[in-house]
Design a protein around this ligand. Structure first.
Ligand SMILES: NC(=O)c1ccc[n+]([C@@H]2O[C@H](COP(=O)([O-])OP(=O)(O)OC[C@H]3O[C@@H](n4cnc5c(N)ncnc54)[C@H](O)[C@@H]3O)[C@@H](O)[C@H]2O)c1
Length: 279
C-alpha cells in the first residue's frame, strides 16, 4: 500500500493559513512530507519550504482579497487554522479573524476548489454547546457582505462579549450547516473541523493571560490546567497531536467524512457530557 497515494496530496495544490506556528505549522510539515504544493499564509513570516509563503493579516477584507489573487486557479484542499485569543476590547477583531474572515476566504475560494476537494477548519473545545446558539450563529453565517457582518457584530455586543467562544461556535455551526448546502454538496466538497483541547503552542501565553480576570499569565495558566488537565491527571497536547489529524481529515483517507465537528481532547469533553456536566 502506497501511503502517499492514500492521502492523495501528492502534487496537489493545498492552501493553509496560520502556518508560521503551532498546529498549522505541524500540519504544513506533514503536507510537505506527503508531496503537496503548499501555499501558506500567516501574519508572521513562514519558515517552512513551501511552494509559496504569503504574509497577510487575514482579519482584513482587503488583505484576504489580495491573498486570494495570489493563490492558484485550481485548489484541492484548504485548511483555515489561524486565530487569536479573546481579549476584552478586541471582540470585533476576534470575530473577524477567528470566524468571519475565514468564512469570507472560504466563499471566495470555493469556486476554485476541485470536485471532491475539502475544506477543514481548526475550531476549539471552546466552541462546545454551539447547538444551543445555532440559530444565532446562522444569522452571521447567512451574511456574505463584510460591512454587513461588522454591523451585525456591532449591534450584538452581548453576544460577542464571549468573543473566542462565539467565533468558534459560529465555526462549528458553519461546518454543520454547510455540509449539505448547494455550494458544497453539488460538487461533493467536504467540510469539517477539529476542536482541539489544551495544546502548547504560540497561543498558550495569550490564552493564559486572557483567562485570568487580572491578565496574570500564571494565574490564567493555573485556571486552564485546573479545567483541562488536573481532573484526569493529564497532560497538554503538542501541536502535531492536532496538526496531523487535521491533515488526515482533509485527505482522501476521509473521503466519506463531512459535516463533522471532531473533539480532540483525550476524551475530556466526552467524559464531561457522559457525566452530565454538559448538555
Ligand atoms: N493552543 C490551544 O490550546 C488551542 C486550543 C483549541 C483551539 N486552538 C486553535 O488552534 C488554532 C491554531 O492555533 P495554535 O494554538 O496553533 O496557535 P499559534 O499561535 O501557534 O498559531 C496561530 C497562527 O495564526 C497566525 N495568525 C494569527 N492572527 C492572524 C491573522 N490575523 N492573519 C493571519 N495569521 C494570523 C499566527 O501568527 C500564528 O502563526 C487556532 O484556530 C486556535 O484557536 C488552539
Amino acid at each position: 500500500m502506497d501511503l502517499k497515494k492514500m492521502f492523495g496530496y501528492e502534487n496537489k495544490n493545498v492552501v493553509i493559513t496560520g502556518a508560521a506556528s503551532g498546529m498549522s505549522k505541524s500540519a504544513c510539515e506533514l503536507l510537505l512530507e506527503l508531496g503537496a504544493n503548499v501555499y501558506a499564509i500567516d501574519i508572521n513570516p513562514i519558515s517552512l519550504p513551501v511552494k509559496k509563503a504569503i504574509v497577510a493579516d487575514l482579519g482584513k477584507k482587503e488583505e484576504i482579497e489580495r491573498v486570494v489573487l495570489e493563490l492558484p486557479e485550481k485548489i484541492d484542499a484548504i485548511f483555515l487554522c489561524h486565530a487569536i485569543a479573546g481579549y476584552k476590547g478586541k471582540e470585533l477583531e476576534v470575530q473577524l479573524v477567528n470566524f468571519f474572515g475565514q468564512k469570507y476566504m472560504t466563499q471566495l475560494l470555493l469556486p476554485r476548489i476541485s470536485d471532491r476537494g475539502s475544506v477543514s477548519f481548526i475550531s476549539s473545545v471552546g466552541g462546545m454547546g454551539f447547538e444551543q446558539c445555532y440559530k444565532t450563529c446562522l444569522e452571521v453565517i447567512d451574511i456574505n457582505d463584510w460591512d454587513e457582518a461588522v454591523k451585525w457584530y456591532q449591534a450584538h455586543p452581548d453576544i460577542i462579549a464571549n468573543s473566542y467562544v462565539f467565533a468558534k461556535q459560529c465555526m462549528n455551526s458553519y461546518v454543520t450547516s454547510k455540509c449539505m448546502s448547494k455550494e458544497f454538496i453539488d460538487r461533493k466538497i467536504r467540510v469539517n473541523c477539529i476542536c482541539p483541547g489544551y495544546t502548547l503552542t504560540g497561543l498558550s501565553d495569550d490564552f493564559n493571560k486572557s483567562s485570568s480576570p487580572t491578565g496574570d499569565a500564571l494565574e490564567g495558566k493555573e485556571m486552564i490546567e485546573n479545567m483541562f488537565i488536573k481532573g484526569w491527571n493529564g497532560f497538554a497536547a503538542q501541536p502535531k497531536d492536532m496538526g496531523y489529524p487535521l491533515v488526515v481529515m482533509g485527505s482522501d483517507i476521509c473521503s466519506y467524512m463531512s459535516g463533522q465537528v471532531i473533539y480532540i481532547d483525550y476524551g475530556l469533553t466526552s467524559n464531561w457530557k457522559h457525566n452530565g456536566l454538559l448538555n
